[in-house]
Ligand binder design. Structure first.
Ligand code: SAH
Length: 249
């Protein structure tokens, strides 16, 4: 197994592959003034197993296209959509978020929770803009500093892991500079990290290690996650996932 295959196998067991909740997805939807339009087209980029794909599909008239690099996640999206009778509203596409085969103005809304960092916030916003109709929306979550002063340990960890991490005011500026008008932002509450992401993940640690006979690669994944969890518990007031909702102008 390659390192990536281990990571996919580990995350396939979770309902979510990043912090979030149905409640916060619906809150983000509530800021979008076209949400009650008929026949909306939404793309959910970096959908993972599709927790938010399903929430959106359940709350709009139209279709949601879940896009991910890894077909194993998309199989889960289809499985979940079928179980809920949403197979006509949920579509899937295997593609890289920096090489999307979309056409100009194809979507009313581009959604992305816990995923845009893979190609960088500004790069993603810039590349995806042409695919959104004028007056359409982008809604993304992005890890952000919640204060301009923070202890060096947490500063160094996240700056190393994701150099583009920045304050909400600087992220908002990036939105403004790339052809969007900021509509709202809010910080995901702690339960999105702990109850919905880290705690269920911790419950999978031992079965994952067992399944892979305590292999070095499996242990490395668990060690990395444990470090991240500890850091969040210690410094979670200094950073968070922020939902940014903006209109394409
Ligand atoms: N939105 C989901 C998953 C977040 S994890 C949730 O909130 O639960 C990030 C996702 O981005 C993973 O599913 C990963 O496979 C996907 N991803 C990583 N790089 C990608 C790329 N270049 N193109 C498309 N998807 C990518």
């Amino acid at each position: 197994m390659t390192d990536i295959e281990y990571i996919i196998d580990f995350h396939l067991g979770g309902k979510r592959q990043g912090p979030g909740s149905d409640k916060e997805t619906l809150k983000a939807l509530s800021f979008i003034d076209i949400i009650n339009n008929k026949d909306l087209r939404v793309a959910d980029i970096g959908s993972g197993t599709g927790a938010q794909t399903i929430s959106i599909a359940n709350n709009i008239d139209g279709k949601v296209l879940a896009v991910d690099l890894f077909p194993q996640f998309l199989d889960k999206v289809n499985e979940n959509a079928n179980k809920l009778g949403l197979q006509d509203k949920v579509l899937t596409m295997e593609a890289s978020m920096d090489k999307l085969p979309f056409i100009t103005n194809e979507f009313d809304i581009i959604w992305s929770e816990g995923a845009i960092y893979n190609i960088g916030f500004e790069n993603g916003l810039r590349q995806w803009k042409p695919f959104i109709k004028e007056g359409g929306y982008v809604a993304v979550t992005e890890i952000s500093w919640l204060s301009n002063n923070r202890p060096s340990e947490v500063h160094e960890f996240w700056t190393n892991a994701y150099p583009e991490i920045d304050t909400i005011s600087n992220k908002t500026k990036v939105i403004e500079e790339n052809g969007y008008s900021p509509v709202a932002h809010f910080i995901l509450p702690n339960n999105c990290w702990l109850d919905n992401y880290y705690n269920p993940m911790e419950e999978r640690f031992s079965s994952f290690l067992k399944k892979h006979a305590n292999s070095k690669a499996a242990k490395a994944i668990i060690d990395g996650e444990q470090k991240e969890i500890e850091l969040y518990k210690k410094y979670g007031t200094y950073y968070g996932y922020v939902f940014y909702i903006a209109k394409r102008i």
